[in-house]
Structures are given as C-alpha cells and as structure tokens.
Ligand binder design. Structure first.
Ligand code: SF4
Ligand code: SF4
Length: 263
C-alpha cells in the first residue's frame, strides 16, 4: 500500500445498516483516538468528522449489512476506490440480526407484515446480506460490536501492511479462562462452542448464555452443537432461530441442510 505525502495510509470508515456500534466503539477509544487520527489519514468517517472525501483509499473499514439498493451502490463504489476492504462487525461479516430471515420468502413475508403494500419512493429495500454478497472482502473483524483490543490490534497491523490476527478458538476457551461453570451442563442453551472468541466470554461471566453475537468460529462443529441442543430437548425451530439470530448467512448453509430435522 502506498502512503500519502505525509507518510500515512488513506483510510475510510463507512456505515451501512446496523446499530453503528462499531463506529461508536472506534470513537470510544478515547485515549487512542488522537493517535489513530495521527497514524493514518482518515479521509472519511461520517460519525467523527464533516470534511469527508470520497477519493481513492488504501483501506476501507465497512460496518453494517446491505439492506437497500442505495447501500449496494455505495458499497460497490467503496470497493472500486479501496485497495483493501475490511468488514467490521457481525452485520458486515454475516448480515447481523436483520439477516435472521434466511430465505427470501420468509423475509418477504415478514417485510410485508411490517410495511404492508406501501410503495417506497426513496428507498428500495433488499433482503439484508453481508458485504461479501456483493464485493470481495479482504479481511473480517467480527463482533457485536467489535472489541476494542481487537480493533486496535487490527488497525495497528493494517497500517503496517499486515493482515488482522483474530482468535481462532471458540468462546468456551475464554469461558474456561474465566473459570465459569458450563451452562450447557445446566441445560441452558449456550452457543459458546461454535462462536468466535474475543469478547472475554462476557455474557457467561454474568451467568447468561452466549447467543453467538461474534459469529461462527472457523471449523465450528455445528452438527455437534445442534445434536447436543436436540438431546437437551430444544426443537429445530428454536435452535435455528438461535443460531441464525446473529450469524445469519454464516449458518445458512448448515441450517438449510438440516430442514429434514424438523419435527
Ligand atoms: S458456558 Fe457456554 S461458553 Fe462456557 S464452556 Fe459452557 S458452552 Fe462454552
Ligand atoms: S453473545 Fe457470546 S460472543 Fe456475544 S458477547 Fe456474549 S458471550 Fe460474547
């Protein structure tokens, strides 16, 4: 990547559909914020500055999923301008909560339930999809929202031309580090075994099960998690909803194959 005349990379931070939690998390790096702006030429960051530029970029960080035709165009434009695109947050990586309706018919039915037959003049909604449904994505930084430590480490690595390094193990590992009792042993449905670590198992530390908000970990044994929850008496629809709530498209193929397991 080429640096500008001041020796800095040109970076843009963008938000599509989501809660803007990842952009807020970046702003919440209060102590480090000045260093972030000093280390890179932040050309565009709507939540932080008003003099945004739509020029060529070395790196684009994109939060949120695509839920309108306009966002689709915006994303394609970002891809054209940026050498490297990083999806930040679970919505950008997997579609997020708004992608919970995995199939188009289900999405259309629910959309109609909310909006009826209204013809939208200014916004053309589309079924929510992660950004890799439309563009090639170089790196992913999941989390709902992303974690501060992982963001700072990723930012630091990217401005030095290195790929992000994420934890390649599930939440259960952090849960054990924190010496929690396993909730699955108490028949509480926990998605820790199939969810990427990084949050410090914060929910389980407070006696709440993991609902998978950091998205699936690589090589997650989804079949085993599914079977275990079935053995504990949870039905297909419950498990499907639970697994798809945050991980959306990350679980779609797996859940699609399990349609026969319905009862
Ligand atoms: S409580 Fe959840 S995250 Fe912790 S060990 Fe059990 S399954 Fe894993
Ligand atoms: S739902 Fe799971 S991944 Fe999300 S913060 Fe809680 S423990 Fe972490």
């Amino acid at each position: 990547m080429e640096k500008d005349k001041n020796g800095k990379l040109k970076i843009g931070i963008y938000e599509l559909t989501g809660c803007a939690g990842d952009a807020l998390l970046i702003l919440d790096c209060e102590k480090e914020l000045v260093s972030i702006f000093k280390a890179a030429n932040i050309q565009s960051f709507l939540m932080a500055k008003s003099d945004n530029i739509d020029g060529e970029l070395d790196v684009a960080l994109v939060e949120g999923s695509v839920t309108t035709e306009k966002e689709k165009e915006e994303l394609l434009d970002i891809r054209k301008r940026a050498k490297v695109v990083v999806g930040i947050g679970t919505c950008a990586c997997f579609g997020g909560i708004q992608a919970v309706f995995l199939d188009k018919k289900e999405w259309e039915k629910n959309f109609k339930k909310v909006y009826g037959d209204i013809k939208m003049k200014h916004v053309k909604p589309v079924q929510s999809k992660p950004i890799n449904a439309y563009i090639e994505v170089d790196y992913y930084l999941p989390g709902c929202p992303i974690g501060k430590e992982q963001f700072l480490s990723t930012f630091n690595r990217i401005i030095r031309g290195n790929p992000p390094e994420l934890y390649g193990f599930p939440v259960c590992v952090e849960c054990k580090w924190n010496e929690n009792d396993c909730l699955l042993n108490k028949d509480i449905p926990c998605l820790g075994p199939v969810t990427r670590a990084g949050c410090g198992s914060i929910c389980i530390n407070h006696n709440l099960p993991c609902v998978g908000c950091w998205g699936p970990v690589e090589d997650a044994n989804l079949t085993s998690e599914f079977k275990l929850l079935r053995e504990k008496g949870f039905d297909y629809d419950f498990i499907k909803k639970k697994m798809a709530t945050f991980s959306g498209t990350g679980m779609a193929d797996f859940l699609g194959k399990l349609e026969g397991e319905k009862k």
